[in-house]
Design a protein around this ligand. Structure first.
Ligand SMILES: C[S@@+](CC[C@H](N)C(=O)[O-])C[C@H]1O[C@@H](n2cnc3c(N)ncnc32)[C@H](O)[C@@H]1O
Length: 254
């Protein structure tokens, strides 16, 4: 049954290799190293940053955990909008790149961890988010992750899970990706003590916006902004054509 399970060592090796070979934000997006994919990643990067700000609504009093921070692209992006950001990750090589490329924001700290409990005090954070991380965490570890999120989050604190999900079935691919159904996250978060607040689809595969962007060779910020809006508007169109989507699942600690 090994083929049906995420393998933590394989995952960490994979991300260590991606960090070492690509050394930038491409390591945490589509990591196939070719110019066409790198161009598509410009849109993925723009859109994910937009959606994090839209849903996280960062404020200058927030202390935020970016769980599975990779090369720190999102920690770094929200840093000017919050009091403090901690990025945590299991890949030392990702964190090395994060420290090298994001050294200008003094309110960002990176923390490696291997096991639970996470190296943070009780009630340290007002908000915790994860972007494309939990699909790499196996079911048993995920229970520890959510239990520890509850411990390190302040009362009334919020958790934002941005994750690739499937509508009809839960699928494990290559011992590295587990695309679950929304309901599986709801159940595990509820068991850890969280209240479900909201779920939205923010990105879909296949995507109208990404296919338009792929045919365009420029890097205009205006076109990126337009296509990012279009992605949010069309994310729920023709649900039968969607293989998987990135949804934001929002929970609160009461
Ligand atoms: C696709 S990247 C996303 C990085 C970042 N969230 C972003 O969007 O830029 C996935 C990250 O999750 C990390 N990761 C994988 N398994 C993990 C685990 N069990 N616990 C914490 N982080 C993990 C990887 O090392 C990698 O940096």
């Amino acid at each position: 049954m090994d083929h049906l399970k995420v393998d933590v060592n394989k995952v960490v090796n994979e991300f260590d290799n991606r960090a070492e070979n690509l050394r930038d934000e491409n390591a945490v997006l589509d990591a196939r190293d070719n110019p066409k994919v790198a161009h598509q990643n410009v849109f993925r990067n723009y859109h994910t940053k937009k959606t994090v700000i839209k849903y996280l609504k960062p404020t200058l009093t927030d202390v935020v955990l970016d769980f599975g921070c990779g090369v720190g692209r999102l920690s770094n992006h929200i840093a000017p909008l919050v009091k403090k950001v901690f990025g945590a990750d299991k890949s030392t090589k990702m964190l090395k790149i994060a420290s090298e490329i994001n050294s200008s924001n003094k309110n960002v700290s990176y923390q490696h961890f291997n096991s639970y409990p996470l190296p943070f005090e009780n009630k340290s954070f007002s908000k915790i988010f994860t972007y494309w991380v939990l699909q790499h965490v196996d079911n048993n570890e995920l229970k520890d992750t959510f239990r520890d999120f509850y411990r390190i989050l302040q009362d009334n604190g919020m958790v934002y899970l941005f994750e690739q999900v499937r509508s009809n079935e839960s699928v494990v691919l290559d011992n590295i990706h587990h695309q679950r159904k929304r309901e599986e996250y709801h159940e595990l978060m509820k068991a850890a003590g969280f209240r479900f607040i909201q779920a939205e689809r923010v990105f879909r595969y296949p995507s109208y916006s990404l296919s338009i962007w792929s045919k365009y060779s420029g890097t205009s910020k205006f076109i990126l902004a337009l296509l990012s809006r279009l992605e949010l508007i069309t994310a729920n169109r023709k649900p039968d054509h969607i293989i998987y989507s990135t949804d934001v699942l929002i929970y609160k600690k009461l």
